[in-house]
Every structure is written in structure tokens, then in C-alpha cells.
Design a protein around this ligand. Structure first.
Ligand code: CA
Length: 227
């Protein structure tokens, strides 16, 4: 997933960035409100972490302007622990959840995962479509109860497709959400990974979990199980 961090404290921003990259996300960072607003408007962001106390443009203002411009990705705000008003104002401005400082990085990661799942219409941390089950907490995948070994990158592609199961995801979309901005990649590489995923998930070619729509992209084709 592509995560935007808008935080003016260098050490905190860098810690968050490092943790999120280690967890397999693509991360854009901004150190003030103006940069944050620009990145939120220009980049294909899946989710944003926005500190409320920012130079140049407040976090609240960044969120309001993003929402005004129809950017609907989930936003997690960082607030001071003793300022309950901040939480209310942040949620009013269009944020989806908050974490009070100081926080454990694990808490931020768990909240981000939960927000991403909910924005994809999933209620639980386990995404189940027919016999394919992806556990976003443990980052494991099973097919018909048997575990499937995936590389980090294969897992990220599958998670992206399954979070949006039923929707068509273009190759460009996959590339932009899974690679760094300045990291040129041939989108044919995506085809190779999709081919590998298919062989691992469906070696007998019975389930056909990933559909190719010529010229449009891919779709995770197995219906979501009722939770
Ligand atoms: Ca701050």
C-alpha cells in the first residue's frame, strides 16, 4: 500500500517511515502542511497519517482541503494525548481515526491495517474469498486450508487485489501503489508476478482466482465470503 506521512518531527517521521517500509508499504513523506497537501493531491495515496500540529498549514486544514478536492482515502491523525478537542475537530474535518502521542508503532500499524480493510469493505482482519484466505495480521495466505508460501512482493500484490476484490485494478494502479514514485518499473514485471501468484494459489488451474481483463487490468474474481 502507498502511505503518506505528514509529520514535522524529523525523528518521528523517520521512525514511522522505516517501520512502514519494513512492513512492506511504499511511503511518501512530507514535513509540513503545504507539502502534505501537495502530496495528498498529486500521489496515488491509499492512506495518510497526518499530524495535527504542522508548520505552514495545520493538519486540520490539510484534511479539509483534501476532502474538498474529493480525496477519500482513509486518514489517521496524530494528536497530543491531553487534547481531546483535537480528536473531535480532526474527525469533524474528515479524518477516520486517531492515535494519541506518544504511541507504540505497533498501534499505528494496526490502525492503518484496520482502516484499509474497512475502506475496502472488509469487517475483519482476515480476507476470505471462496477457498482463499489472506490474514492481514499474520500476513499469511491459505488455499483450502493449506498454507501458501509467498514472497513479500507477491503477498503485497495479492493483498492489494483482495482488499479490492471484485474491482478491476489496472497495471498502472498496481505499479504506483507497490513501487516508489521515482523507481521506474516496467509494468510487464507485474505480469510475471501475477503469473507466479496464479501458479502458487491455483497450481491445477481450477479456482481461477485472478482474472485478466485485456487492456484494463486484473480482478480478484472469487466472491467474498459472508463474514
Ligand atoms: Ca507536530
Amino acid at each position: 500500500m502507498r502511505v503518506l506521512i505528514v509529520e514535522d518531527e524529523d525523528a518521528l517521521r523517520e521512525n514511522l517511515r522505516r517501520e512502514l517500509v519494513a512492513a512492506g508499504h511504499v511511503v511518501d513523506v512530507a514535513a509540513d502542511g503545504e507539502e502534505g497537501l501537495f502530496a495528498g493531491l498529486e500521489y496515488p495515496v491509499d492512506i495518510a497519517i497526518v499530524d495535527l500540529g504542522l508548520p505552514k498549514l495545520s493538519g486540520l486544514e490539510v484534511i479539509r482541503r483534501l476532502r474538498e478536492k474529493d480525496r477519500h482515502f482513509p486518514i489517521l491523525i496524530l494528536t497530543a494525548r491531553d487534547r481531546w478537542q483535537d480528536k473531535v475537530e480532526g474527525l469533524d474535518a474528515g479524518a477516520d481515526d486517531y492515535v494519541a502521542k506518544p504511541f507504540h508503532l505497533e498501534e499505528v500499524l494496526a490502525r492503518l491495517q484496520a482502516l484499509l480493510r474497512r475502506s475496502g469493505g472488509w469487517a475483519s482482519s482476515s480476507l476470505a474469498c471462496g477457498p482463499v484466505v489472506l490474514d492481514t495480521r499474520a500476513q499469511t495466505v491459505t488455499v483450502e486450508g493449506q498454507s501458501v508460501e509467498l514472497t513479500t512482493f507477491e503477498y503485497r500484490i495479492l493483498e492489494h487485489l483482495m482488499l479490492k476484490a471484485g474491482e478491476v485494478i489496472s497495471k498502472t494502479d498496481l505499479t504506483e501503489h507497490l513501487y516508489e514514485q521515482d523507481f521506474e518499473r516496467d509494468s510487464n514485471v507485474i505480469e510475471v508476478f501475477i503469473g507466479r501468484l496464479r501458479r502458487k494459489l491455483d497450481p491445477d488451474d481450477r479456482l481461477k482466482p485472478i482474472e485478466t481483463l485485456r487492456g484494463r487490468g486484473y480482478r480478484f474474481a472469487l466472491a467474498r465470503n459472508a463474514s
